[in-house]
Design a binder for this molecule. Structure first.
Ligand SMILES: [Zn+2]
Length: 480
């Protein structure tokens, strides 16, 4: 039937139009989606600008593949490095070039303590390509107030391993080398030769001379810092190598051993050493980023002096250049790698602080003997504690009187040191205690020299000082 066949033809046409219409709708949706993609960019976890499909899908979208996986990456740094270091790269005169130099640099920190912790943190954070740490010590609770790379949970572990665990949290994308040992004349060449720049973050003259010598011999610039109580110093040495002064040029002779007091004995305020470590990192970054390691000009050597509690805490003093006939860095110097390894005794050079042996055995008393005596003879003697006031205030033997050793040393003629009771009966015995039994001998001798030790009066010191008291009489003493 013609009508029926026309009707069927019309139905086919309607179906075809419907299909065409659906196809057009679908093409329109695709076009709209593409338009959205142009507008919306999302930072993925890889730090790459990736395009999203639709804003509402962002929260659940799988992480996008970095764009450079599919498109050839044409930039000198990795994508994640642009994100991590962008804030320093946009600083005038730092730039991409500075970052590339940092990435290439290998920096060794000798000491992973109060200086090394902040210095390493800022160098790792800044993207120094290789950071090496040398230290043979383990983390102690008393380190934690200033050695910020360590933590309570890592007490008893190697400082180097503890610091690297901390640094990897900070920046896992660079290389860390662990040297779990003290730097010695025998291992110094092997360790230091793998680096471009060295930071001296130690706290004893013995290591300072060794580090400086090996840096001279291997032509490595050295950023040296120190901190004690409330002050610090910083100097860049051997920069450029063999042209700038070395540590021996500045300090040809080590300080007398008895004047060397470590942080364990003399104390240190945390931010003081922290500030010096941060300044070391800054000096290192300056040397690397501005290209000095690739051949810088000779600049005047200056020393930064930091007095943390002063009204004007920072001062800079100009230093002399290289010292003529310097043992280490003079052109004619006798120092060689072979000599350093085999025949230089740095401990002997810096001197050993030998125990004082001023008094005869009969002029001394053991802590145990004094303990017994003090129980039975409470009122008829005087116990002088010659430690510094701060030590005395932390803990002391009940009944003792504090007259710090400095007052004995500064008295002139036959003046009695301040703080010593002036009306002591001539028969009252005097006992003297200090930290480990050295200063107490000096004070005892001084009292005798002043004429206080007459035939009626006993003056003796306590052998081994507060340490012996803690070890043999009162183990609850919290600090010596
Ligand atoms: Zn020198």
């Amino acid at each position: 039937m013609p009508e029926e066949s026309r009707l069927q033809a019309l139905r086919r046409q309607i179906a075809e139009h419907k299909a065409r219409l659906e196809e057009l709708h679908s093409q329109l949706a695709v076009a709209e989606a593409q338009e959205l993609q142009e507008d919306v960019t999302v930072r993925t976890s890889q730090g790459v600008a990736a395009k999203s499909q639709r804003p509402e899908q962002l929260a659940v979208a799988e992480p996008q593949e970095p764009e450079h996986d599919t498109v050839a990456w044409k930039w000198p740094l990795e994508a994640h490095e642009y994100e991590r270091y962008s804030r320093q790269m946009i600083v005038p005169n730092f730039g991409l070039q500075g970052q590339l130099r940092l990435k290439k640099a290998r920096v060794l920190l000798v000491g992973a303590g109060g200086l090394g912790s902040p210095a390493a943190a800022y160098l790792a954070g800044a993207g120094v390509g290789t950071v090496g740490l040398v230290d043979g010590d383990e983390v102690e609770v008393s380190n934690l107030h200033r050695q910020i790379a360590h933590s309570t949970g890592r007490v008893g572990t190697s400082k180097v391993e503890s610091a690297i665990a901390y640094l990897k949290e900070l920046n896992p994308t660079i290389t860390y080398n662990a040297h779990i040992t003290h730097l010695t004349p025998q291992n110094a060449q092997d360790i230091v030769s793998g680096y471009d720049l060295v930071l001296d973050c130690t706290d004893h003259p013995t290591s300072r001379y060794l580090i400086s010598d090996i840096c001279v011999l291997l032509a490595k610039p050295l950023v040296s810092a120190s901190a004690f109580q409330t002050s610090g110093q910083l100097i860049v040495l051997n920069n450029p190598p063999r042209q700038g002064p070395c540590y021996r040029c500045v300090f040809p002779k080590p300080p007398p051993p008895e004047s060397v007091v470590g942080c364990g004995e003399g104390g240190i305020v945390g931010p003081i050493v922290g500030a010096m470590g941060v300044m070391q990192a800054l000096e290192a970054i300056k040397l690397i980023a501005r290209g000095d390691l690739e051949g810088g000009e000779v600049k005047p050597t200056t020393m930064l002096l930091f007095s943390g509690m002063a009204d004007t805490p920072f001062r800079t003093v100009r230093m002399r250049g290289k010292r003529k006939a310097c043992f280490a860095c003079d052109e004619e110097a006798a120092l060689t790698l072979e000599k350093l390894r085999t025949s230089i005794d740095y401990v002997q050079f810096c001197g050993v602080n030998a125990p004082v042996q001023l008094l005869q055995p009969q002029e001394r008393i053991t802590a145990e003997e004094y303990g017994r005596l003090s129980k039975t003879n409470k009122d008829e003697h005087l116990l002088l504690d010659v430690r510094e006031k701060e030590h005395f205030d932390l803990c002391n033997i009940p009944g003792s009187v504090n007259v710090p050793i400095g007052r004995f040393m500064s008295t002139r003629g036959d003046a009695i040191p301040d703080g010593l009771p002036s009306n002591l009966p001539p028969t009252t015995a005097i006992y003297v205690v200090c930290r480990v039994g050295n200063d107490s001998q000096i004070a005892t001798q001084k009292l005798k020299d002043l004429g206080l030790g007459n035939s009626e009066r006993i003056i003796k010191d306590i052998k081994g000082g507060m340490k012996a008291w803690k070890d043999t009489v009162d183990p609850t003493v919290p600090f010596i």
